[in-house]
Write a protein that binds this ligand. Structure first.
Ligand SMILES: [Zn+2]
Length: 422
């Protein structure tokens, strides 16, 4: 999420954290998270057996026991945050009992057809789509079609590597509408896959950048639910807080077993910190990328987050040359030239073009600094600026290069076969 980063005054929760809300703690010290014995045993057994969705999700009493062992110096969660059973949110698709585990790859359950919005486009694998099926592209093609009766062909694949969705325990009462509007806008832009994350409760019951284990699980479960509802359009990053080192690794395994395809790290811990090494090692073992939130030039710390910039992310990437990293939102605010200077020397970091920034020369500088093969397209919270950058890239790049940024570079970052045309 770039909205609170790099520009403007601190967000509401930052101010609340500075004012001493009890669960806003320093991110300096690692904290331990010990899952309830019962939940852990159940989860491990499920993983060994093939990993049903939500296998490691502590439920009811187990969740309360797990929450109760958070160390006193760590996060004191509001009671309401830990006493509620962790369930998929109302409105999210609940995988039916006995349903197939959602593996990477295009999986369409018969039941999903019923929940797909009327008029939604299901694009055939590897095909190009007509302008009529591509929403707003139709508008821009009308004048062409007036002279030529052959329907114009446009590239079918467009992967948004940096999307967010909400759930019923975030601060947005209109979470359903926000999720639906992202999908609608995606239809109009031509997005074929939203690769998304949910940062816990987005600040409602634990800080956005220091989410509690319970909130992480709830958010990840909500995203798994969305994946099941829209298997042809939504993929998920497992979001974890590296300060809960044990929990982070268990949660990553659980999320990947449920069909998620990457790891999202926000500003819970400095990117260069050794505490991130076990997470990166797991990313290497599982062959999934790490999307890391950054400021484009970190010059100070803000309450409630431990912001990192490209220099720090590159230090981590240099220690893990076999892991693919994505530097979040080069347009997220701040000095992107500072980032580009650091990135040039580290080949295993791709640049996500998302964020509200549309500075003149930024895209050209990205191309010059890292080359077209390290650029991936995304939107973050501002889909309009993502769309604007896409239109600009259409004029900046040759068709083959555009295809790389639209989806082929992203497809190389993620496990093979997780996207329809991959
Ligand atoms: Zn974001």
């Amino acid at each position: 999420m770039a909205g609170a980063v790099g520009r403007g005054p601190p967000s509401a929760w930052c101010r609340a954290a500075a004012a001493g809300r009890p669960w806003a703690v320093s991110a300096r010290d690692p904290v331990e998270w010990v899952p309830g014995r019962e939940a852990l045993a159940r989860g491990a057994a499920h993983l060994r057996a093939g990993g049903e969705v939500g296998a490691l999700r502590p439920v009811g009493a187990a969740a309360r026991r797990a929450a109760a062992v958070h160390p006193a110096r760590a996060v004191a969660h509001p009671v309401s945050a830990v006493a509620r059973p962790v369930v998929l949110p109302v409105g999210a698709a609940v995988p039916p009992a006995g349903a197939a585990v959602h593996r990477p790859g295009p999986v369409v359950h018969p039941a999903d057809a019923a929940v797909r919005p009327v008029g939604a486009v299901v694009r055939p694998v590897g095909a190009v789509v007509s302008a009529a099926a591509a929403g707003c592209a139709w508008q821009s093609c009308r004048s062409v079609m007036a002279q030529d009766t052959t329907p114009p062909q446009i590239p079918a694949m467009l992967i948004d590597v940096h999307a967010h969705f909400y759930h019923d325990r975030t601060l947005r009462a209109d979470w359903r509408e926000r999720n639906a509007s992202r999908l609608r806008a995606g239809e109009r832009i031509g997005i074929t896959t939203h690769v998304a994350s949910i940062l816990g409760s987005f600040g409602r019951t634990s800080p956005t950048y220091f989410p509690s284990p319970a909130d992480l699980e709830y958010g990840n479960n909500a995203l798994i639910g969305l994946e099941h509802t829209h298997p042809d359009r939504i993929r998920g990053y497992v979001t974890v807080n590296p300060n809960y080192a044990t929990h982070a690794r268990v949660e990553i395994q659980r999320g990947l077993a449920a069909g998620m395809i990457g790891i999202k790290l926000a500003a819970s811990r400095r990117a260069s910190d050794p505490l991130l090494d076990p997470i990166c090692e797991l990313a290497r073992e599982r062959g999934v990328p790490v999307l890391h939130h950054v400021w484009q030039h970190r010059r100070r710390d803000w309450p409630g987050q431990e912001a990192s910039d490209a220099v720090e992310l590159c230090a981590l990437a240099a220690r893990h040359p076999d892991v693919r990293f994505i530097l979040a939102h080069i347009g997220g605010g701040g000095d992107w030239q500072h980032s580009l200077a650091a990135l040039a020397r580290i080949p295993n970091v791709a640049v996500d073009l998302s964020g509200s920034g549309v500075d003149g020369g930024m895209l050209e500088s990205c191309l010059a600094a890292v080359g077209v093969e390290r650029l991936v397209w995304g939107t973050d919270l501002t889909m309009d600026t993502g769309w604007a950058k896409l239109r600009y890239l259409e004029r900046l790049l040759a068709p083959k290069e555009l295809e790389l940024v639209r989806w082929k570079n992203a497809a190389r970052l993620f496990p093979h076969g997780v996207f329809p045309s991959d």
